[in-house]
Write a new protein. Sequence first.
Length: 172
Amino acid sequence: MSGDVRRSGARFISPLGVVLRPSKGGAPIDDRATAHDISPKGFKVETQARLEENMILSFTLVLPTGASVNGKGRVAWNTRETFATWADVEIISMSWRDKRRLSQLAKTNDADLEHLIYLCARFVMMMVAIVVVHHIVVSPRLRTLVVELAPKIIALAVMGWALLGMLKRRKR
């Protein structure tokens, strides 16, 4: 991989504490670093330590539950700013159990806004349909009007149904 690492999939955006150590053990490089934008494939780290590109290190992420996950990572890129070093750590090895914990952590932060909008639009359409049918049943003048406008009403209903189908397909 080049210095530009792109991670796909669910991510946990909230910062977590992370301890960085040399890959072969020893004293921590930084025991007060902060991990951001965390996924099972890697994370961005904010640290006071100087990290080198392609450096292999061990890490321990402290989860919000108090549990921790351990692994080894490779520094994909780094940049030194005035008060901290920012780096992207690509996870190269981690136990299956810890990877699963990290995946579950990332998934809890998901919000499927598109699906929520789809459900709300569907609910509103159903409520409007119920109110309209009620008024048509109660009013004789509306019943006559509906009979005259039936072809246009059917065309509108079919277009609305097709639009919902397109939105649903787009979500997949």
